[in-house]
Design a protein around this ligand. Sequence first.
Ligand code: ACG
Length: 455
Amino acid sequence: MIGYEIYIRSFYDSNNDGEGDFIGLAKSVSYLKDLGIDLVWLMPHFTAPSYHGYDIIDFFNTNLIYGNLEEFKIMVDELHKNDIKIIVDLPLNHVSSRHPWFKAALSGDPEYKDYFLWARENTNLNEKRHWDNEPLWHPYKGKWYYGVFGGASPDLNYDNPKVVEKALEIVEFWLKLGVDGFRFDAAKHIYDYDIENGKFHYFHDKNVKFWEKIMRKAREIKPDVFAVTEVWDDPEIVIEYAKTIGCSFNFYFTEAIRESITTGSTYKIFDCFTRTLSDNRKIYISSNFTSNHDMTRLASVIQSEEQRKVFFAILMTTPGVPFIYYGDELGMKGIYDSHFTEHVLEPFPWYASLSSDGQTLWKSIGFNYAFTGVSVEEQKSRENSLLNYVKYWIRFRKENSWMTYSWLEDIKTSSFGIAYTITDGNNYVRVYHNLAGHEEEIEGIKLKPYETRVK
Ligand code: ACG
């Protein structure tokens, strides 16, 4: 399976309002099929006030800018007709501060007050988020509520069994509507505050139990449900969640391959392969990926197209379900800014001129300008384009579909080269990559600059 992350607003516009929509996505299926995608991850599609959609107002309805439920269903059916599965992004940790539950809580309704977390006497209201120093507690008319992702997104209180019931209903609703599964947003944050002792704390075991419950429900409704968890943390923590959910994004892969390719040193790759891809065997599936909407795009980190080609070759010859962030296959650029994430959510460039049917235009372009070679139109006809290179490796991957459930053995490195065996116990393929712009020899094999070879 090859996954593809899509920000709907930026993908394909079917009604000429400049914003991507469900029907547009349905119309773009031929592109996805031609590329070789068979799993689409939709960034949040629910009713939400923000552009990113992670602050939900109604979990049982769509963002009408993208289309209504009926149109959502048409899109799902069209993807399914073309053998493409669809998973939706599910931020269960919090809601929008405009969600009716939170409004009821603010107005003093005791039932809904207990849906959220409120400061107690011993709460340290000045405590900050450990990764970027943003506040955890937010004031409202003399009361303070907890919101790890900001005041606009109050956290739900999952110590309240009624809230857990709601989460189960949401999962049931979307599976019954026809989606194939979920990307579970912020999975380590469900229980991340120690209210008794008044401080931030990840309760990993308790979180895993919560996800077990969610997965049990999901499997009851859809035995072959596909779910992938977002736990942005050390590999040893990620695996705990992955074992339950079945599949997990491998953040360390993205970081390590980027660093190794840009520095030309193979140490990080070796460490990453050893820690994340060698011993997972059939315990869980790793989702290695190019970039996502929370980070600087691949092409803005690795400037050279030749080097980016090595990234894709590694991605398609390592275990699990590889994911491509929309537009990375064309070399779309974008530098992440946590206060303005639109930089990495630019319109997908269908045409060299960025102007014809389907092209989205909802924001001004800051990175991916017209006629710079970064468009489907320009790259599909250029034989040695990044797009055609990515397609080649996706085809290879699909011919070796056993690699989804595989692991790595016998990892060797030279200064700029890496060699490993990818296997599922029945199939064995030895893979060689040269990260350098000069010839490199590893295990007696001479590799041309940036060459990948499989044996
Ligand atoms: C998800 C979504 C994101 C979304 C939310 C909230 C969560 O993808 O788009 O925000 O619905 C943290 C969370 C993630 C979260 C990201 C944005 N992503 O854990 O769930 O923030 C460290 C921390 C991580 C942290 C990361 C952020 O440990 O927890 O992710 O920093 O950079 C090594 C270490 C690892 C370390 C990294 C990076 O890998 O092992 O621990 O991670 O280095 O230093 C959306 C919007 C936001 C909005 C919000 C409400 O995008 O703008 O504010 O919704």
